[in-house]
Design a protein around this ligand. Structure first.
Ligand SMILES: C[S@@+](CC[C@H](N)C(=O)[O-])C[C@H]1O[C@@H](n2cnc3c(N)ncnc32)[C@H](O)[C@@H]1O
Length: 216
């Protein structure tokens, strides 16, 4: 196991036995001292599945980027003409992203998917979640995902991207904890299914999914 992952797992384990199981995100961002090499999920570019989706769907409007990390996906959507709000539970991630993407007119917010702002309900033409649900423990994640769909405006799309679980049913020790289609189907309950895509990405481990639903 590489050093960066080992350190992350130490932080995860410590946080899990505390009152604040998600506090390790803030700790990891702060520990990194703004060295992107210390952030295990940072690809330093927008997710290829988001680029592909955007190329195939000429759309714009209001977008909410959930768990925006270092802001590559938020910045990409802004460049494509979206009016973007991006939030993350980590204050340091939000400040760092704001600094990295100074030229982008994005509303960067510190926020928690478990307790989203009331003003966001029913407001967004696009809600984007990349690698968040798979990074949080199951019992918390099950409360978190139910908050995604309610933030969609009428006709809005929910796009979720992440690691797909191995069909063998073998549980990987996470994070990340890859998700199954059975679980992913629950996210879209009450919405119209638009797309369920999965494939590998050159140079990246494991199979990935992109699931898209519409608030019809
Ligand atoms: C695995 S990282 C992915 C970051 C980014 N989306 C990316 O793809 O690079 C998960 C992100 O979700 C954030 N996060 C975790 N729990 C959250 C929550 N409850 N509300 C908002 N953000 C959360 C973390 O701080 C972290 O930035």
């Amino acid at each position: 196991m590489d050093e960066v992952r080992e350190r992350m797992l130490e932080m995860v384990n410590k946080a899990e036995s505390s009152e604040q199981p998600l506090s390790w995100f803030e700790n990891l961002y702060r520990y990194s001292n703004r060295d992107r090499g210390q952030i295990p999920w940072d690809w330093e570019e927008p997710h290829p599945f988001l680029i592909e989706w955007s190329n195939e769907n000429e759309a714009s409007g209001t977008a909410l980027v959930v768990g925006s990390g270092l802001g590559e996906d938020a910045s990409f959507l802004w460049e494509r003409g979206w009016k973007v709000t991006a939030f993350d539970i980590s204050e340091e991630a939000v400040e760092w992203a704001r600094h990295l993407h100074q030229g982008a007119d994005i509303d960067w917010v510190v926020g928690d998917l478990l307790n989203p702002r009331q003003g966001w309900l029913g407001k967004f033409d696009l809600v984007l979640e990349v690698h968040i649900l798979q990074a949080i423990p199951e019992e918390i994640m099950k409360r978190a995902f139910t908050n995604l769909a309610p933030m969609l405006a009428s006709g809005g799309k929910l796009v979720c991207i992440g690691r797909l679980a191995d069909e063998s049913g073998i549980q990987e020790s996470g994070p990340p904890w890859p998700l199954t289609w059975d679980f992913l189907n629950q996210i879209g309950e009450g919405l119209e299914e638009v797309e369920k895509h999965s494939s590998t990405i050159p140079g990246k481990e494991g199979k990935r999914y992109r699931a898209v639903w519409k608030n019809a």
